[in-house]
Design a protein around this ligand. Sequence first.
Ligand code: MSP
Length: 648
Amino acid sequence: MEGKKYYITTPIYYPSGNWHIGHCYTTVICDALARFHKMSGEEVFFLTGTDEHGQKVEKEALKRGITPHAFIDPLVARLKDMWRLLDVGYDRFIRTTDEDHVRCVQKIYQKLYESGDVYKSEYEGYYCTPCESFWTESQLVGGKCPDCGREVTLQREESYFFRLSKYAPALLEHYKKDPEFLQPKSRVNEMVNNFLKAGLNDFSVSRTTVKWGVPLPFDEKHTAYVWIDALLNYITALGYGSEDDSLFRKFWPADLHMVGKEIVRFHSIIWPAMLMALGIPLPKQIYGHGWLLIGGEKLSKSKENARPELTDPYELVKRYGTDAVRYYLLREIPFGSDGEYTTERFLLRVNADLANDLGNLVSRTSAMIVQYFGGVLPARGEAEGPDGELASLAEGAFSKVKRAMDGLNAPEALEAIFGVVARANKYIDETTPWLLAKDPAKRERLGAVLYNLAEVCRIAAILLKPFLTKAPALILRSFSCDENEGFESLAFGGLKEGAKVVKLPPIFPRLDLKKELAETERLAKETSNEAKPASAEDEKAPIGIEDFGKVELKIGEVIACERVAKSEKLLHETVKIGSETRSVVSGIAKFYTPEEMVGKKVVLVTNLKPVKLCGVLSEGMILCAEDGEGNLSLLSPERAVESGAKVR
Ligand code: MSP
């Protein structure tokens, strides 16, 4: 009889090169799940990869005067490097430029074209190139992309459409029948109420304006829309529609597509509808996880809050190690929700759990066995006092971990494991081995206590293997255990009396919070200096009029103003600039009340890239003078001028 199979996928990543700790979140969770299922004896296929086609790559390559491949290849190598640093053990890394994928995408389009589910029509919409997404006029915010706040362009083109509308009733039915299909529940409400119930429009699935894509076999001036090309990776990676589709037959339907919440719509509506059109069973579950936030906003390069010195995974792994970064990601963010990322929280979490609790337990235990028993494991002896409670907690941990992991909840699984670690540390305080060691009559008891502690270290190490990839092997080896020991050896009492024990150096050195935070600040300054094209000398040097001319300054009239919720510094103004009205956020709440602001004529920089501050869109910067104490005073035109007037 065939054993249990587990097919898990991450989204395939855009080859941006600007990866931050938020990007690692999806894939590290998947890796922990894949490891857990492998250790549970299941046959696992874990897929990740890169989403390489589309206008963004085409443009970037063109800008550099190189081919798209020459542009992407080093980025893909860098992404793989990131996964290597984080010990992400995927079974296939698919690239949408892989030949087998391209061939399969073409076959699928052909099939859908022949069945009538893909047909030719015309498309018009506002396209955001960085997000590779089309928007309708009503979806735009202030004329800009609602996701990233950047410019969009109106594009009209002949296009092939997918008959998405036809599948809305079947999708609704599926949601009703299978409450596990999309998780967490909150995302179901969003998809069903906001999209499905309103009915679905057919969906444009080809472009004539994008050359860097998979050409449609029945009309070569069209390329496949990147999102369709990308979604199909989940089946092309298994050889669907190819001569050898054995992996597809073995692993499909996927057990889990893990995705960030912003791409749930593609995965839970368009993807299942396409599978229905192809007559392929639907994946068992789609999970839309939350985001890592900075200052309440999604950590994102395009929003420029992903300061590399704080959020660069390569740097973090270099400074704190693979296990620390994996542990933070898997433990800190409540699963399904968003979580605020700060360096301080990262350091606190690593110090408290890894350095203090786990690190101390294993180094104290091994050190005492070396000190009192010459590194030879004593006998377990008769249980007394808190021994039974410790042993049963350690043995019972696996079922808690399993329950949590079946619910995809890594933080809860880790909480159960660290509950045992904490109990063992308390056990040391209760049994006071250093006092037992002073009394020769208590030698046997001392041996039993140290045996129990060693056993907890071994069990914790095994349970931690899906989550941490370095420390468990070190711990197991120091107690002369096979580092390949798995869930089958979790019964309490597995360690053999007489086993050699070596003293473990601190596996997670305690981090000095102050020093680390100061170092991060220093790096931050260094990086921002590096980012400046000019040297400090140049900065003082006069600029040319052409430099000044790049800044567009205008007079605006504040027509409404309110405080930004949860911020002491920020005001949110609605500013009229000629015939245009803009949303502007400025840090002047300590110096002006909202009432005072209304009616004021101010000077604004009007050609800055829009940003979001505390979640509010800011499309300009109001200029102020600052005195020696940091007090701000607004600049206003000296005589009456109309809003919209240029400042020069
Ligand atoms: N290429 C698409 C996916 C196509 S799948 C058929 C894409 N790529 S991505 O590179 O932008 O995102 C990759 C993963 O990183 C997504 O799961 C996304 O949600 C995740 N994250 C990016 N920023 C994140 C945070 N700040 N926090 C948590 N995860 C985030 O989307």
